[in-house]
Design a protein around this ligand. Structure first.
Ligand SMILES: [Zn+2]
Length: 353
C-alpha cells in the first residue's frame, strides 16, 4: 500500500514536470502559428522575412535602392501583414545593390532593431554601385540607433523562436560538419569548375535555419567555389527541407554538389522576369533527386515554356507586376504549407517520418 502511494506520488511528479517542461518549451500560440516566412518580390534581388512563434523577426536582405522605395514599401507591407510593429534583425548577406540597396528607404519607413552583416565591403571600387550602397549603410549605422552584429561561420544568431546557424561569411565557410552533416557527398564532381567570382558574392553571409525538425538553407549569392569548399568531399551541412536557390538562379552558383547534396523537398527561387532564372539552373534544380516542387517568384522570360516551373508555382506571371509575395508557414514537426496569393494555390507538405 505504501509502495503504491509512493509510486503514485512519483508518477504525479513526473506528469507535473512534463507539463511544466511543455509549457516552458512552447510559448502561447506556438503550435497554432508556426514559423512564418514571406518571400518578398524585389524583382530579382532578395528580401525574405522570418517571423517566429515568439514574435521575433529576421529580414534577410532589403532589395534594391531607388524606384521611389518600391522594395522598402513591399517589405513594410509584408511586415504589417505579419502583424509586426518592428523588424528585430535585418541581415545583409552582402552589399550588392539588389540585397542591401533598400536599407536607407526601409529605416525611413519602419522601425528596425539590429543589423547583421559579414563585416567590411570587399568590393572597393569608389563611385561604383556596391561602394555607394556600403556608404549609405554606414551612414545608417552611424546614427547609433541600431545594434550591429558581425557574424562568423559556426555562430548562432540571437533570434528567439528558431535557430539560425551561420554557414558562410566574408569568404569563410564552416570548417566542421553540423549535426545532420558529415556524410561523403556522392554529387561532387571535378566538372563543377566555373570562373572565380571576385565580387561581394563569395563573401555572402549564409544561414541554416532550423525550426523543430525543419531545416531551411539560405546562402545569399554564395558562389560555386564556396559551395564546393563546404560540400566536398564531405557534406558539412546535411540535408535541407527548403532550399532558397542561391543567387536568384544565376550560373555562378548552384552546383550539383550543393543542390543535390542537401536534397531539398522544395526549392524557392527569388528571380525576376529578366534577372536570374537561368534555364540551366532551373533545369538543374527541377531535376534534383527528391524535389517535390520548385517555386519561382517570377516567370523567367529567358526560360520560355520549357525552362520554367509549372505556372501553379510561379508567384508573379506577367507585367504589370503586382509584387506578390510567397508565404510559407512551417511547423515544428517538419510539415509546412506554401501559399501563392496570385492563384490562391495552397500546397501542404506533410511531415516526413
Ligand atoms: Zn543578388
Amino acid at each position: 500500500m505504501i509502495r503504491k502511494k509512493k509510486l503514485n506520488g512519483i508518477l504525479c511528479l513526473l506528469a507535473f514536470s512534463l507539463l511544466a517542461f511543455t509549457l516552458a518549451a512552447a510559448p502561447a500560440g506556438a503550435a497554432q502559428n508556426g514559423l512564418r516566412i514571406y518571400f518578398i518580390d524585389v524583382e530579382g534581388g532578395q528580401s525574405t522575412l522570418f517571423v517566429t512563434p515568439t514574435g521575433q523577426s529576421l529580414l534577410i536582405d532589403t532589395g534594391w535602392p531607388g524606384n521611389a522605395g518600391r522594395d522598402a514599401d513591399r517589405i513594410v507591407k509584408a511586415a504589417k501583414d505579419a502583424g509586426l510593429s518592428r523588424i528585430d534583425y535585418v541581415l545583409l548577406t552582402h552589399y550588392h545593390d539588389d540585397h542591401a540597396g533598400g536599407v536607407p528607404q526601409l529605416v525611413e519607413r519602419f522601425p528596425v532593431g539590429a543589423f547583421i552583416d559579414h563585416g567590411p565591403n570587399s568590393e572597393v571600387r569608389p563611385g561604383g554601385p556596391t561602394e555607394k550602397v556600403w556608404e549609405a549603410y554606414q551612414q545608417v549605422l552611424a546614427t547609433g540607433k541600431y545594434r550591429h552584429i558581425v557574424a562568423h561561420p559556426g555562430e548562432s544568431l540571437p533570434v528567439a523562436g528558431m535557430h539560425a546557424t551561420v554557414i558562410s561569411s566574408d569568404g569563410a565557410v564552416i570548417d566542421h560538419a553540423l549535426p545532420g552533416g558529415g556524410e561523403k557527398n556522392t554529387y561532387c564532381s571535378a566538372e563543377e569548375n566555373r570562373p572565380v567570382d571576385r565580387s561581394e558574392n563569395p563573401h555572402s553571409l549564409g544561414v541554416l535555419i532550423t525550426f523543430g525538425k525543419l531545416r531551411i538553407l539560405d546562402l545569399g549569392d554564395l558562389t560555386w567555389d564556396k559551395e564546393l569548399a563546404m560540400m566536398c568531399p564531405i557534406n558539412r551541412i546535411g540535408h535541407a527541407d527548403i532550399l532558397v536557390v542561391s543567387h536568384h538562379g544565376l550560373l555562378p552558383s548552384s552546383t550539383h554538389a550543393l543542390v543535390y547534396g542537401v536534397h531539398p523537398r522544395v526549392a524557392i527561387m527569388d528571380n525576376g522576369a529578366t534577372k536570374g532564372g537561368a534555364p540551366q539552373i532551373i533545369d538543374l534544380v527541377r531535376q534534383s533527386p527528391g524535389l517535390e516542387a520548385l517555386w519561382q517568384l517570377h516567370y523567367s522570360d529567358r526560360g520560355g515554356s520549357e525552362h520554367n516551373t509549372d505556372a501553379k508555382y510561379i508567384v508573379n506571371l506577367d507585367e504589370p507586376d503586382e509584387g506578390n509575395y510567397l508565404q510559407l508557414r512551417a511547423h515544428a514537426n517538419g510539415s509546412f504549407e506554401i501559399v501563392n496569393p496570385r492563384n490562391k494555390a495552397n500546397v501542404t507538405y506533410a511531415a516526413k517520418h
